[in-house]
Structures are given as C-alpha cells and as structure tokens.
Design a protein around this ligand. Structure first.
Ligand code: PLP
Length: 394
C-alpha cells in the first residue's frame, strides 16, 4: 500500500526518471571475475575495483573457510567491548608492517575509516584543507567534525598554499587531506608538494589511498611508498574492499593516534567488528601482495596495454595515470547510451554523469585488473571502437 508520508520519495524518483538519472542496479550472478555474468549477460568486466583478482584467490578463500571453522561466523560485539579477536590484532600488525608505520586500526569499511577518523581528529576550532575531488567519506568526516572546511581546486598546489597563507594565524589545528588516486579521473595526487606544504605550515597530513593500495608503490604499498615519503604522512587510510578483495578500511599512524581512535572514532566504538573470516581473508591478501609481486606487475602491464589501445583509437582519456581510465564523451545522455550499448555488445563499463562528475564531463569509466587476459582486453577495445563509431564518439 502506498503510504502518504512516503509519497514524496516516489515523486523524487519520478523526477530522476524524467531527467534520465534513474539507475537500476546491475546484478552480478557469478564470482567477481574479469569476465562475469551480470543480469544474464556474460560481459568483459571493466567496472570492478578487484585490481589484483583477489576476490577469488584460492589462498584467501581457504583462509576464510578455516577461520569460520575455528572462530565461527561473527565477532559478536564492538571492538571496545568483547569484539576484538586475535585475528583483528594480527591483521592490524600485518598492515602496520606492510605500510612501514607504528600502528594501524581496522574499520568496517574505507568509508567509516575516513569519516570516523576525520571526525575524531578535528573539532569546530579547527580547519580542514581538502582537494575538491576528495571522496564522499572524507567530505562526510569533515562535516561531522564541524571544523571549517576550505576546498582547493583539484591538485592545485598553489591554490592550496594560498589558503594556508591566509589561515596562518589560525589558533586551532589544521588538516591537509587528499585522495592518493582520484577515483573518477584516475590521476595521482601531487603528494610530495602537498607534504612539503603540510610541513611548512604545520598541518596534519592525511591521505586516502583507497585506489592506490595494491596498485602503486613496491608490492602495492601505496602512494607514500611510490613517492618515497615514508614517515612524512601523518595519517594514511586504505581500504580492504578494493585490491585487497574483501571488505573493510584501515588507518595507519603513530601508536598514540591509533589508541586515540580506539577511544574516539565512532564507527570503531559503536559498530560491530569484522567477522573472523573477513579478517583472515585480509591477512592472507597482504601475504599474497608480498609473495606474488607479479600480480601488481601484471596489473600495470594490462593498464599500459589498454590505455594505449584507447588512446590509439582516439578516445579522450583525460589525465589518468593509473588502472582507472575514463573515456570522456561530454554529454551525460550520450555516456549512458554508450554504456548501455557496450553492455549489450559484451563490455561492462559504467557511465558517470553529473553530479558524480562535472556537467559536460560525462564519461564511461574503465578499470582493468591483473586477471584480464590481453585477448579479453583486445576484444573489449574492438567492442568499444565499434560502438563508439556507431555513436560518433570517435
Ligand atoms: C572506495 C573508496 C572509499 C571507501 O572504501 P570502502 O572500503 O569501499 O568503504 C574511500 N575512499 C576512496 C577514495 C574510495 O575510492
């Protein structure tokens, strides 16, 4: 029965339908694989963040099953009451070692890691200086902290410094925060310059490496390792949900920062910890990063191959430097049609329009993984070419 008090939601949805912004969920019917079945169609999958193919890695599956047998399926409590299991502590030690930092803490997701940490570290007396394309979870954390938020244009180091000069007399704390790799453009933050600014102006430096961990740096250690900035970034966030192949987020910092988060990060305090199987899976994933460096190498081989193929066809791939490569077409309706026809022909590449990306910059986004074969990528390029010519995109 329609409920009068919820009728406004139906009207909002109808507006989205009129504006052609209504989106149906695509349903994955197999494992998350480079070629997978969505909505009954077998497609080359260019839409997952499963960079290294770890969602189906045999070692990870085995460890998850063993953890269920040994420790059950749930943790039964929040971390600060009875829900800290030895597996959680082992995972955090492994992450800290991997990232070459004193300590780390795991959250339920990358989203809660960012939101919970920014909210915990800052107060309304403080100022946050944030790249305009930073992830939604950072923006939410900034808002929840009630600190003043100053946004600088994307990757604009000079504009960032201008803000820092303007607020140099400020009494409270300052946090300079950026994504390591930006999820819509696939470009990399100017981290060396931002770190230098943070040091010059006395800011806490924080980076969100969700799309860089498992992708950039030695064995996928992330942007800090990629740029050789060990010890100079105060807070590093990462996700366990993308290259690591499971679910969760983590924060790396000094031991005291991590212990402070135990006491003040609201998702840590008020939401139940990971099931043991997830912690065991993630632990195994970090072992795989050390044991199988060829996965990251193959990811980059595939990335270069596919990006070169797109550029040779004359597509506008923007400023991408990573496995995330947008194909920018401009008009949102065209991007959605492009994506729809690609899917019908056997390639899944999600279209993105306003407000996810600016007006006039609508695109499809492609993400290659280490587990795509060159044959699959070549086939995908062929389908992209055929559909794009039909739609006069190239
Ligand atoms: C995906 C993403 C997150 C969120 O990570 P989850 O583990 O999926 O919650 C945070 N930041 C950035 C930049 C991301 O791309």
């Amino acid at each position: 029965m329609p409920k009068a008090q919820l009728q406004y939601l139906t009207e909002e949805l109808n507006k989205l339908r009129e504006q052609k912004l209504y989106q149906r969920l695509r349903i994955l019917e197999t494992e998350q694989l480079p070629v997978a079945r969505f909505d009954g169609h077998q497609v080359i999958n260019l839409s997952s963040n499963n960079y290294l193919g770890l969602t189906t890695h045999p070692k990870l599956k085995k460890r998850a099953l063993e953890a269920i047998e040994k420790y059950g399926v749930g943790s039964g409590a929040v971390r600060t009451i009875a829900g800290t299991m030895s597996l959680h502590m082992a995972l955090e030690e492994k992450i800290a070692q991997f990232k070459n930092v004193e300590a780390s803490v795991v959250f339920q997701s990358g989203f809660t890691a960012n939101a919970g940490t920014v909210q915990a570290l800052l107060t309304k007396e403080d100022i946050i200086i944030s790249d305009e394309l930073n992830h939604a979870s950072i923006i939410d954390g900034c808002r929840l902290s009630r600190a003043e938020i100053k946004v600088f244009p994307h990757k604009d180091v000079d504009a960032c410094e201008k803000i820092l000069k303007e607020i140099s007399g400020h009494e409270g704390r300052k946090l300079l925060i950026t994504d390591g790799v930006f999820s819509m453009e696939g470009d990399i933050a100017p981290l060396p310059a931002l770190v230098a600014l943070a040091e010059k102006y006395g800011c806490i430096m924080m980076i969100d490496d969700a799309h860089s961990s498992g992708v950039l740096g030695k064995n996928g250690r992330g942007t800090v390792d990629h740029f050789g900035l060990d010890g100079r970034v105060d807070v590093q966030v990462g996700t366990l949900s993308k290259a690591i192949g499971a679910l969760g987020g983590y924060v790396c910092s000094t031991r005291d920062t991590i212990e402070f988060l135990y006491h003040r990060a609201r998702p840590f305090l008020f939401s139940t910890s990971h099931p043991p199987s997830v912690a065991a899976t993630c632990l195994a994933a970090f072992e795989v990063l050390d044991e199988e460096p060829q996965l990251v190498e193959q990811l980059w081989t595939n990335t270069k191959f596919f990006k070169a193929g797109l550029q040779k066809l004359g597509f506008n791939t923007g400023v991408s430097e990573t496995p995330i490569t947008p194909v920018i077409v401009g008009d949102a309706a065209l991007a959605h049609e492009f994506s729809r026809q690609l899917f019908a022909e056997g390639v899944f590449a999600q279209s993105l329009g306003f407000p996810t990306v600016p007006h006039g910059k609508a695109r499809i986004r492609t993400i290659v993984t280490a587990t795509h074969t060159q044959e699959e990528l070549t086939r995908a390029l062929g389908i992209l070419e055929q559909v794009a010519r039909k739609l006069k995109i190239i």
